[in-house]
Design a binder for this molecule. Sequence first.
Ligand SMILES: [Cu+2]
Length: 286
Amino acid sequence: MKCRKNVKNLTDDQKRRYVAAFLALKSQDSVIHPGGQSRYDDFVETHLNAMMAEVDDNLGILITPGWAHRDSVFFPWHRELLYQFEKLLQAVDPTVTIPYWDWTREQNSAAAGFPFKHGFIGVGGTNADSDRVKRDPAAPPVDATHPYIYPFDPEAWSPTIKVIDPPPDTLNFFQRQFGERPDAPNLSQNDVTVTGTVTNFRAAINGGNNYLTLRSRSENLHNLVHRWVGGNMLRMTSPNDPVFFMHPSSLTRPVPILLSTIFRKGSLLTKRSSSELRDADQFISG
Ligand SMILES: [Cu+2]
């Protein structure tokens, strides 16, 4: 049985293996467009296409939800996308599972489970350089004979699927903009209400005693994380930032617990202890 783990509980070796596996997909050939992009990019394109299929009227009212968002399909579609991605990772390295980032708790570089570290998937963007994600300035210079000291080199990572229409998207470098948007200055909290229930994960899901409410509240919280990270994560091509896969991995973590509770029509926190919800550190992947 393979389990997905909190980033904070990965060993250095497990982090290296995870990075090596997704970098391998970045150099494997595409199945969707052989010769034209990487296998990793196929996942970026699939997410883009799912969102491009959404149709709003001129007032922003949803007409067609597309394949993956703003509808009941949000959880299962993303679970399947992660499952397919994880199977490819495991073809590279059978020990690998997608870790999850608990963005309700691991919210700054001091936190062990904060994934944005030089030694893992790179840090936040550099303000003075258009929020570009850069290498560790303390690392030795990189040249032909001296590779970057960490497995993931953010300056060698290229987002390759562009949104053509609409809107035109010219972001062709790796960018993160932590907390820069006025509508997402902070990450979602778990036990502390920040600005009402929209940023309080526990309150949002606790009130959601039917699937549709749970879906919409969870998706809104998930959108907040996309906006907080910013840069590539803001786009329909958000899997261009490798943290994409750790983000719904966290969100779908409690879903089996929530669904079993909802279908028994009970209250979440009486049927399931808060510690069970909080500390479900590992869960069965797929
Ligand atoms: Cu999505």
